[in-house]
Design a protein around this ligand. Structure first.
Ligand code: NAP
Length: 229
């Protein structure tokens, strides 16, 4: 395929990451994907033996760095880095959120994004090409009760992304992307029965996948939302 892209996606075992990965794989792109769930990673490996899927926890900086080294040793460089992996806290007022739960969420949703950028971006910058897409949320630009830790993490992602955008050389981009509202396990957790009223991840990926691949240097520093969701 002439314009085969190398795309790093965190959180490919289910939800939006999985739908994007499968869509792009079926179009001939190369995916370097990770998640924590071994069953999900092994299922992807069986289905797409030529791609690279590994069990990696984005909160583990050492594991992320080692995975990046393995990915990059073949000489390929990512065209896109999608920081998609995240968790949401179990609905609760902030003062009832367990200390360890708050810390774990920040370790994944904020520090995980940093770990991936630290591990992959220097190689992308060698070519002065590539787009970093950090998954934000409506709750990275607004707030609701009972999801304060998640809101805090996504507002942090917005700020981190804008500052990173000011550091990148011409030709590259960092974008904060709100995917919209899509029926995934994460939405089941925070929306309950209402989640079933929203489109599923495969329907979302039909629109989101080409939209994301259309992002480039001209979008650097933008806070964007997938159209229609
Ligand atoms: N769905 C929505 O309506 C919505 C709205 C706004 C924003 N978002 C954002 O969109 C992104 C995807 O959400 P989703 O709805 O697809 O969520 P999801 O269905 O819960 O899927 C999350 C994915 O992230 C992975 N993951 C979680 N923690 C991880 C870790 N520590 N290391 C590696 N992978 C990890 C999960 O796999 P494992 O459990 O196997 O690790 C899973 O593959 C997130 O950033 C979310 O905040 C979603």
């Amino acid at each position: 395929m002439a314009d085969n892209k190398i795309i790093v996606i965190t959180g490919v075992t289910r939800g939006l990451g999985r739908a994007l990965a499968e869509r792009w794989l079926s179009e001939g792109h190369t995916i370097w994907g990770c998640g924590r769930g071994r069953d999900g990673i092994e299922a992807l490996r069986r289905q797409w033996p030529d791609s690279r899927f590994e069990v990696v926890d984005v909160a583990d900086a050492g594991a992320v760095a080692a995975w990046a080294t393995r990915c990059l040793e073949g000489g390929g460089r990512p065209d896109f880095l999608l920081n998609n992996a995240a968790i949401v806290n179990a609905n609760a007022p902030l003062w009832r959120v367990p200390v360890d739960d708050f810390g774990r969420l920040i370790d994944i949703n904020v520090k995980g994004v940093f770990h991936l950028i630290r591990a992959f971006l220097p190689a992308m910058m060698e070519r002065r090409r590539g787009v970093v897409i950090n998954f934000s949320s409506g709750w990275g630009r607004s707030t609701s009760p009972e999801v304060a830790p998640y809101c805090a993490s996504k507002w942090a992602v917005e700020g981190l992304t804008r500052a990173l955008a000011q550091e990148l050389p011409a030709g590259m981009a960092a974008v904060a992307l709100n995917p919209g509202i899509i029926h995934t396990e994460m939405l089941d957790s925070c929306f309950g029965a209402m989640a079933a009223h929203y489109p599923d991840a495969v329907t979302w990926a039909d629109r989101a996948a080409p939209y994301i691949l259309g992002l480039g240097a001209g979008d650097n520093g933008q806070s964007l939302t997938v159209p229609g969701f």
